[in-house]
Design a protein around this ligand. Structure first.
Ligand SMILES: Nc1nc2c(ncn2[C@@H]2O[C@H](COP(=O)(O)OP(=O)(O)OP(=O)(O)O)[C@@H](O)[C@H]2O)c(=O)[nH]1
Length: 319
């Protein structure tokens, strides 16, 4: 990495990303409005809202429509996938969230067998509920929580982690690598025996309007929007731009690039060659037809993005 740092001085990186004329409107599937409606109609039975979001984007892409429900119930923000996030600036993240009115925040890694922060969730939630009036649920001794969040942030994994930790039970919620796995109506799942605590699992709901194209691409990079809706090429390019901006140069070594590079075409070409993701195509030339081997850029982009999502390109903070 030292070598990369020295070489990096010689490479001129882009100072800003060109988003072009991109439109985010069509990145958001229609079934999401229905999900939100269902959630609202179930709110009266809920004592606390647990909002899960990706720790790599603590400020971007949270659904402002959730705010409405958050006002009337205690709220805990779970920043999940902390194993993929650079949280060296945790204090400033917490301060900024507090300025935005978010006071209760927990960082989790729900894939870890034993995550200390997951263990603290039940006591923390009980305290939050006990410190607020429960209105019409004053007599109710059981607790009911609603888990909300944009797609693919780990809502189902969170529920499974709570069950594993508190009930020593296995999976109740389906987990998927693609956004939009939880599409069914709200499911009530027990996560604790003492006190009796249930969770309502909800489908991931994206904001109806996104503040900027950049936020949309960050959400896509985190796997929240289906890749093909945004385009693997632009996600890969934004990823490269981000890795260079953050000086995360492990991609150089991983793909034998020799030095950091700001051209996504060059990087993808290298990845395609290294991983054998090439295609043979016929070309018509002045001297007859020949077959040439060309890089499969889309397959290479997909690999680059997947490596990032698995944490193979280092921990990052996208906000
Ligand atoms: N690295 C890492 N991956 C996680 C973590 N939690 C969940 N995942 C992965 O993220 C992906 C999505 O997880 P889910 O639990 O299905 O997410 P969801 O929010 O229920 O998804 P939807 O049903 O689409 O709304 C899966 O591939 C999980 O394995 C985590 O803490 N760390």
């Amino acid at each position: 990495m030292k070598l990369c740092r020295t070489l990096q001085n010689a490479v001129k990186f882009r100072s800003a990303f060109d988003f072009g004329e991109r439109e985010v409107a069509h990145w958001f599937p229609g079934h999401m409005a229905k999900g939100l409606k269902q959630m609202k109609s179930n709110l009266k039975n809920v004592d606390c809202i647990i909002e899960i979001h990706d720790a790599r984007i603590p400020f971007s892409g949270r659904n402002p429509l959730f705010q409405e429900s958050l006002d009337v119930r205690p709220h805990l923000l779970v920043l999940n996938k902390v194993d993929l996030a650079d949280t060296s600036n945790k204090q400033s993240i917490l301060k900024r969230l507090e300025r935005d009115g978010v006071r209760n925040v927990v960082f989790t890694d729900c894939l870890r067998q034993q995550d200390d922060n997951v263990k603290k969730i039940v006591p923390q939630v009980v305290e939050l509920i006990e410190n607020r009036p429960r209105f019409h649920r004053g007599e109710e001794r059981n607790y009911c929580l609603m888990v909300i969040g944009v797609p693919n942030v780990g809502k189902s994994s969170f529920i499974n982690a709570l069950r594993r930790t508190n009930l020593k039970k296995g999976k109740a919620s389906r987990v998927g690598a693609e956004p939009g796995i939880t599409k069914a109506v709200l499911t009530k799942i027990q996560v604790c025996e003492r006190p009796v605590m249930h969770l309502l699992d909800t489908p991931g709901v994206l904001p109806p309007r996104i503040e900027s194209v950049e936020t949309g691409i960050k959400l896509a990079l985190c796997g929240t929007i289906l890749d093909h809706l945004v385009g693997e090429d632009v996600i890969a390019d934004y990823l490269l731009f981000t890795l260079n901006r953050l000086e995360r140069f492990s991609y150089v070594e991983k793909y034998d690039l020799g030095e950091p590079c700001d051209s996504v075409e060059q990087v993808l070409k290298r990845i395609a060659i290294k991983l054998g993701k090439t295609q043979r195509v016929k070309a018509i030339t002045g001297i007859g037809n020949i077959t040439i081997t060309v890089p499969n850029y889309t397959a290479a982009a997909y690999d680059f993005i997947r490596a990032f999502r698995k944490g193979e390109l280092g921990k990052v903070m996208l906000d």
